[in-house]
Design a protein around this ligand. Structure first.
Ligand code: SF4
Length: 91
């Protein structure tokens, strides 16, 4: 059995367009979480938060070592990865 070196917090949702992608959670849950038709991230363990950066970087390193040939595309989860801050400087 193959073990993916990522600590997932269930439930994990995979958009249909990401059928073949590695799901890499950089946040947990959804920062908005108020759409009336959506119950994806209503479980207590899916309360929104940023995932631990050192843990995420370690997952990326391990995935790179173990699955670099198989992984062609990565989807950043969960519901709103774009809520993360980005560096203000440009190279
Ligand atoms: S995951 Fe998407 S649809 Fe669901 S509450 Fe968040 S923004 Fe709305």
């Amino acid at each position: 059995m193959t073990t993916i070196p990522i600590r997932y917090i269930d439930p994990v949702f995979r958009p249909p367009s990401e059928a073949d992608s590695l799901i890499l959670p950089v946040t947990n849950g959804c920062s908005w979480n108020k759409c009336t038709y959506c119950e994806m991230y209503t479980a207590p363990q899916k309360k929104f938060g940023v995932r631990d950066e050192p843990e995420t970087l370690e997952s990326i390193r391990k995935i790179g070592k173990q699955f670099s040939e198989q992984v062609q595309r990565v989807f950043l989860g969960d519901g709103d990865a774009m809520a993360l801050s980005t560096p203000a400087t440009h190279p």
